[in-house]
Design a protein. Structure first.
Length: 418
């Protein structure tokens, strides 16, 4: 591996061998459609018995089956490698990928992040930072998968704040001269995905120089890379690296593959990269009970609920209707924090109630039509002030935002040995 001076490194990247259909190989991120098991049932039907990333990851809709699924995941990884179904597509480089979605054509660069330059500890200020609080109780199931796994595949999307478009876009301008790796339609309306190998030494050096210049322009407190999607996946990779690094020599630590986590870097200023709020769905309660508790909670803390005025504004979705609610004198720095503080309190005092985090306005509206369900539509996110907000707050409240609708999330395609 080349010595670089930024946290983003080229790597040996594996792809399925040419006889494997990419249309059934690539599957959407495991944390999507958690309230819509029919999506995953359809995926099972589409994939059948073909080689697929569906066999290499655990959809969160099946977390309660993790004990039986994890050995099967490890077995499939080992089997795919033994059979030669995964081959090095890029020996020491990146994959430039273009994703066609309803929001437009989105550009990304797949490589690896140096976990020595990332930290999710509150108060730390490394070059690579989480954007939401890491809930450490969520790491053990993910760690069980990573321990003993010979491969990683990633849905981690990492953002750069590059308004001058100096890092990714120059590579896209020369895509016609790069070796094409894949070009196909993603399943279940996921759009189209095209990938190119970036392996020429001059391209690697130019990319490093552009990232270095981007870091230097940020001054004394640079945050070069911000985790946009997959915060807990990257935290899991870090936790696993912390487990094994002390067993290695100093020389081994420099190049051990588990030190480097697979991810895709995207420019936050890409027009096709939409920032969407992640909505809240509460089930196991009635709208009346929840709203009464919200009023009491707000009053005790010097807040107030109204239909209009200044404050943090939400839409409550109940059956087929929506009602505006303004929280006056909100306790949170941003709307997501205000609503989540209340919901955490409500759930603690109402053990039969449950929360789900929903991507997409229409998905939330549909789910809110269930009996004993209440939906909260959160306001839009301003991505142009995103980096400054993360620097100011340290991390955003969990599940603050999503990069696009559910069907625009990253599909698993590339793999790397760990």
């Amino acid at each position: 591996m080349n010595e670089m001076h930024t946290p983003f490194y080229p790597a040996e990247i594996l792809l399925p061998e040419k006889e494997i259909a990419p249309e059934t190989w690539a599957c959407i991120a495991c944390d999507q459609y958690t309230s819509q098991p029919e999506y995953w049932e359809k995926t099972e039907s589409v994939v059948g018995d073909r080689p697929s990333t569906l066999r290499l990851m655990l959809p969160e809709v099946d977390l309660d089956r993790s004990e039986e699924r994890i050995p099967a995941i490890h077995g499939a990884m080992a089997s795919y490698l033994e059979q030669g179904l995964l081959v090095p597509a890029v020996k020491n480089g990146f994959v430039l990928c273009r994703r066609e979605t309803p929001s437009g054509s989105r550009l990304g660069l797949v490589g690896t992040v140096d976990l020595e330059q990332y930290d999710f500890t509150p108060g730390s200020r490394p070059l690579v930072r989480p954007t939401e609080k890491t809930i450490e109780e969520r790491l053990p199931p993910r760690l069980k998968i990573r321990r003993g796994a010979p491969l990683e595949l990633s849905h981690i999307l990492i953002l750069i704040d590059d308004p001058e478009r100096t890092v990714l876009e120059p590579l896209a301008e020369k895509a016609h001269s790069l070796r094409k790796l894949y070009d196909f339609d993603l399943m279940q309306g996921g759009g189209h995905l095209t990938g190119y190998a970036v392996e020429d030494a001059a391209d690697l050096l130019r990319t490093e120089a552009a990232l270095s210049a981007l870091r230097d322009r940020q001054g004394e407190d640079p945050m070069l890379l911000a985790v946009g999607d997959g915060n807990h996946s990257l935290a899991t990779a870090k936790a696993y690296w912390n487990e094994i690094r002390e067993t290695l020599s100093e020389a081994e630590r420099k190049t051990h593959p588990a030190r480097f986590a697979l991810c895709e870097v995207e420019n936050i200023h890409d027009e096709a990269l939409r920032f969407e709020p992640i909505h809240r769905l509460i089930t196991g309660t009635t709208p009346e009970e929840l709203y009464d508790c919200w009023e009491r909670y707000a009053e005790v803390r010097g807040m107030g609920l109204a239909e209009e005025g200044e404050g943090h504004t939400f839409q409550m979705a109940i059956r087929k209707d929506e009602y505006p609610v303004v929280v006056k004198n909100p306790e949170g720095a941003i709307p997501c924090e205000t609503i989540q503080l209340f919901l955490d309190d409500f759930l603690q005092n109402h053990p039969k109630a449950k929360i789900d985090f929903i991507h997409g306005d229409q998905s939330l509206r549909k789910l809110a039509q269930q009996k004993d369900a209440v939906g909260f539509l959160l306001p839009q996110i301003d991505k142009h002030t995103f980096f400054e907000s993360v620097k100011l707050l340290g991390v955003l409240p969990r599940k603050t935002f999503s990069m696009g609708e559910a069907d625009e999330k990253r599909f698993y395609m590339e793999c790397k040995k760990i």
